[in-house]
Design a protein around this ligand. Structure first.
Ligand code: ZN
Length: 109
């Protein structure tokens, strides 16, 4: 039975850039993010799981998981991703997660 993933992909978030946004800065703590990443890195190392850091400029949220088209006008408040090209409608975070899972734009931590 397969009990662990082969790899985990996380986003390489531009935390300092996000801290400059007054709407986001309250929700984000730089310190906590790096702590989490450090812990995840250690766990992955221990269990032999490849930790992938997606390219900072990879548009995981704006890209349609089904057809690959990019929705430039996606707002932070849009919780559901609706593709104007192929009609794909899914939860915003699920769409982004599937893109991260499948992306080839990453480096191994
Ligand atoms: Zn689409």
């Amino acid at each position: 039975m397969k009990t662990k993933p082969t790899y985990i992909t996380i986003e390489n978030l531009n935390i300092s850039g996000m801290m400059k946004n007054k709407y986001l800065s309250k929700a984000i703590s730089n310190q906590r993010f790096y702590e989490f990443r450090e812990k995840l890195f250690n766990k992955c190392k221990f269990y032999g799981i490849e930790l992938r850091i997606a390219d900072r400029f990879y548009a995981s949220s704006k890209t349609c998981h089904k057809c690959g088209s990019i929705k430039e006008d996606l707002k932070l408040s849009d919780r559901v991703y609706k593709c104007s090209k192929c009609g794909n409608t899914m939860d915003r975070d699920l769409n982004a997660s599937l893109n991260l899972r499948d992306t080839k734009s990453y480096k191994v931590a």
